[in-house]
Design a protein around this ligand. Structure first.
Ligand code: HEC
Length: 200
């Protein structure tokens, strides 16, 4: 309890002051929150992959989307489907999350290439047609330098990440790795929308 009767021994023009210090528990909370703040900051904002609110949100979104796979049914890894989904903004975003979760360690955060080739230029090593992206993602390439994802990703995820990879073409991200392989003909045009589609 604070002592409300203890007056400080000064008086300014007759104005006097009680000595009511902040309670000890309050001061300790204050000190403790300051001591805790660098830990919090480093954990959530220090740049570690997967911890920022944005990353956590993306993961939650991807979880939610998996539930919505029920609505789009089983996607076929063919050219028509990949091109169609590479033009659906919401689903490209889902493909992007799959890419950010699984592929950036080798292909770079924006597909600019690291160990793996640059996916944002016009040159490809194994890809001739757009559906080859899904084949390479499914089965891998280069004696496992590019891993096979068929046992690790849902077939729809393979189609959606392929659609995202297809959408990266021509972005020529700054600081990207030099071209691998040869230049290939453009992807086919997007087919007209068959009907109203479910979106996440
Ligand atoms: C362990 C590193 C690694 C990971 C993870 C990885 N890749 Fe690759 N990827 C490679 C390498 C290396 C190559 C090139 C192989 C070669 O040159 O023989 C490659 C090639 C490719 C190609 C063919 C590019 C071309 O020019 O023909 C595509 C498409 C691709 N990866 C997509 C993906 C996707 C999508 C993911 C995530 C699901 C992924 N990769 C994850 C290393 C990786």
């Amino acid at each position: 309890m604070t002592d409300n009767n203890h007056k400080l021994d000064h008086s300014y023009d007759g104005i006097e002051e009680y000595d009511n210090p902040l309670p000890g528990w309050w001061k300790w909370l204050f000190v403790a929150s300051i001591a805790f703040s660098p830990v919090y900051w480093v954990f959530y904002h220090g740049g570690a992959e997967g911890r920022s609110v944005h990353d956590i949100y993306d993961v939650a979104l991807a979880e939610n989307t998996r539930l919505q796979f029920a609505e789009i049914g089983d996607l076929e890894p063919n050219a028509e489907t990949i091109v169609r989904y590479s033009h659906k903004k919401n689903w490209v975003r889902v493909g992007e999350v799959i890419f950010k979760t699984n592929c950036i360690s080798c292909h770079g955060r924006n597909g600019e290439g690291m160990v793996g080739p640059n996916l944002t230029d016009e040159h490809y090593k194994y890809i001739q047609n757009v559906e080859d992206i899904a084949k390479i993602v499914t089965n891998g390439a280069g004696g496992n330098a590019m891993p096979a994802w068929k046992t690790r990703l849902h077939p729809n995820e393979i189609v959606l990440v392929s659609a995202y990879v297809a959408s990266l073409r021509g972005e020529n991200v700054e600081g990207g790795k030099g071209p691998d392989g040869r230049e290939i003909p453009p992807w086919p045009e997007a087919p007209p929308e068959p009907e109203e589609e479910a979106t996440p």
